[in-house]
Design a binder for this molecule. Structure first.
Ligand code: TRP
Length: 361
């Protein structure tokens, strides 16, 4: 079977380097691999509205930010369809039919939904739209007959829910939908990056992000004040690598070539780590090295972003085209779904005949 990718992001802020090492870098690799017949990357604005109903302007502003970030890391509209979820009404229609195949209890058991309800203090009053977003996400995935969904492990319950809906739909109405596989991050091409303060996650509200669009100065400032090993007080003290944010970032970004250029005292990261653990290597030196690595990695991305920023109409044109192409695919799937459910009355030639015979036997 031909392989098709669908994945996406909620447009609630600019993307940061956590997104880059966690998913964006991998998406570009998948795009260049030539293994996929189609790739769809969705800006999930309708999903973002399920918990930002009072703040549509935030979602509206961030659509172009996310699109700029996509283009600047190398997603290529010639190879990848970038689409805006809300502009494909077929997705909403699919959701409405899938809702009949899922119980309230099943959604309540979804660990990601549970965690989000807590995080947003929704306990007492959960918006129905928010509650049903896993079903809408199943529509996103199945509408494009996606075989492969590259996402972080927090999305695992969503893919499992999708697979259940597909199995249920196919068993009730006949083989129609494609059961997708999750593609989890592997440690080589994508990993989870902590915030610059060492907290588990980068997040705008914690102020511990480095953005793809951060300036040279902002990056430097963030690196030089980064969390390291609080027990490493004097240069001569032995230092810890585990839980040391600077080394976690180096794991994600550096390769041996960077040592030759910026830190020839070591051949590779293992040597640098060993020295740090022995004692005698100061945080400032490691941070300066990390700063060089990040500056060199992020400069071309930022420069490309600036080029696209000068032509915003082009960016919207990319989104419009990507959405149009995608909508046709979703419309085909919706047609298949309605045919399988036999709610395609005006295309169903046998129906008129059947009803006529019933009354005129
Ligand atoms: N839920 C995803 C997130 O919060 C975004 C998303 C929406 C998505 N629809 C999707 C991801 C379909 C993968 C497939 O990041």
């Amino acid at each position: 079977m031909e392989k098709i990718i669908l994945t996406g992001d909620r447009p609630t802020g600019r993307l940061h380097i956590g997104h880059y090492v966690g998913s964006l870098r991998r998406r570009v690799e998948l795009q260049e691999s030539g293994e996929y017949k189609d790739i769809f990357v969705m800006i999930a604005d309708a999903q973002a509205l399920t918990d930002n109903a009072e703040n549509p302007e935030k979602v509206r502003q961030n659509i172009v930010e996310v699109a700029l970030d996509y283009l600047s890391v190398g997603l290529d509209p010639e190879k990848t369809n970038i689409l805006i979820q809300s502009q494909i009404p077929e997705l909403t229609e699919l959701t409405f039919y899938y809702m009949n195949l899922v119980t309230v209890a099943r959604v309540q058991r979804n660990p990601t939904v549970k965690a989000e309800i807590q995080m947003r203090n929704f306990e007492a009053s959960i918006p129905v739209g928010f509650f049903t977003y896993p079903i809408s996400q199943a529509s996103d995935i199945t509408a494009f007959k996606a075989t492969t969904v590259p996402v972080g492990e927090d999305q695992e319950p969503m893919i499992e829910q999708t697979r259940e809906i597909v199995r249920k739909f196919n068993s009730v109405y006949g083989e129609t939908l494609v059961e997708p596989e999750i593609m989890l991050p592997d440690d080589k091409s994508c990993m989870r990056l902590p915030g610059t303060d060492g907290q588990q996650k980068m997040s705008k509200s914690l102020g511990n992000c480095i953005y793809l669009s951060s300036t040279e100065e902002e990056i430097k400032k963030a690196v030089m004040s980064m969390f390291t090993d609080p027990g490493h007080l004097k240069v001569t003290d032995p230092g810890k690598i585990e839980g040391n944010t600077v080394f976690q970032y180096l794991d994600a970004f550096c390769n041996d070539g960077f040592f030759e250029e910026y830190c020839p005292d070591y051949k590779n990261l293992d040597e640098m780590k060993a020295h740090y653990q022995r004692g005698g290597l100061g945080d400032v030196k490691v941070k300066k090295f990390l700063n060089n690595v990040l500056q060199e990695t992020l400069r071309p991305i930022r420069e490309k972003r600036h080029e696209f920023e000068r032509d915003i109409p082009y960016v919207y044109e990319v989104l419009k085209k990507g959405t149009e192409v995608s909508r046709e695919v979703a419309a085909d799937t919706l047609r298949d779904v309605k045919e399988a459910m036999k709610i395609n009355y005006f295309e169903d030639k046998a129906l008129i005949k059947e009803q006529s015979e019933k009354y005129n036997a």
